[in-house]
Design a protein around this ligand. Sequence first.
Ligand code: FES
Length: 345
Amino acid sequence: MGYRVTIKPSGHQFENEAGETLLESALRSGIAINYHCSSGSCGECHGRLIEGELAEAQFHDYRFSKQQLRDGSLLLCRNRAASDLVISANEINDPASIPLQTIETKVYKIDHPNDEYLILQLRTPRSRTLQFLAGQTVKLIIPELESYSIAVASCPCNGMILQFHINLNHPHPFVQRLSEKEKDVGKIVVEGPFGEHILNVQYDLPIIFIAKDSEFGAIKSLIEQVINLELPQPIRLFWIASDDERHYMENYCRSWCDQLDDYHFKGIKQGDSEDIEGVLAQISDMLNVEKIDYSLSDIYIASPFSDLYRMQKWWQTHADAQNIYLMTENRDRYADKPKDGTVVT
Ligand code: FES
């Protein structure tokens, strides 16, 4: 049986399940808590007990002063609840407040959902996990090669196993080396996180996610966060790809119906001669049928750089959409340039 934990001053709540620390439960529930080592050394996850009882704390190196102990100070990564609790804790509301981290990782797993894409999972040391928010990117670094920027495709609730969706046709040297060496690529350094377009949970606006090709990875992380937070508003996911093979996690997208009350998924094929504006018109027609007001929705677009700004422009001019959040992979010299000649600074 779990205990209910309420965080002051936000009022956020989570269930502390048996066998989990307070930090693990909070992260699993989609609550972004400030932490660093996860092992009781740094003190970054400190909080304070306001009401309730704690189980005996696990050993930790970090030392509180006598005054802090009298005030009920605790480490979320070393404590568990023994009753329902009210605590104070340092929650992260602003991506800029997450420190830049540089972590050496190992390849944990590589999957090939089709000939074109690769799903890479990296494992950090247990005491050096990555703190990030859904929707943020990192740089992946193989020594002597240029760094490769990419969105983290996994949930921030697990900072130790990090997932990335990679298009093997990308000409970036990092991608080419990984494709050649696979698990033998050696150590990969992760630097980050970067990016400010995180999930906006301030209002109960409908959320429309639009992913193109393997940029689906960024959207996957955001939707896993939506599920953890148990957000009640309508959620619509449209995944654009040129054929069914490229909807490489279609069944997984459908399975989210079981976890979200008001969720629909639609995989959309973009024909060779069809431009992206035509596809977006189809999406807006589907939303109109459902009477979802996209001018009053949060729209998250994750696309290769070449189409990103055309997609933004279409929603702004045809749908008067105000809340558009853009995500893309590398904007460096290896990325396809915008097809309409847009100059991006
Ligand atoms: S995260 Fe370092 S002490 Fe808890």
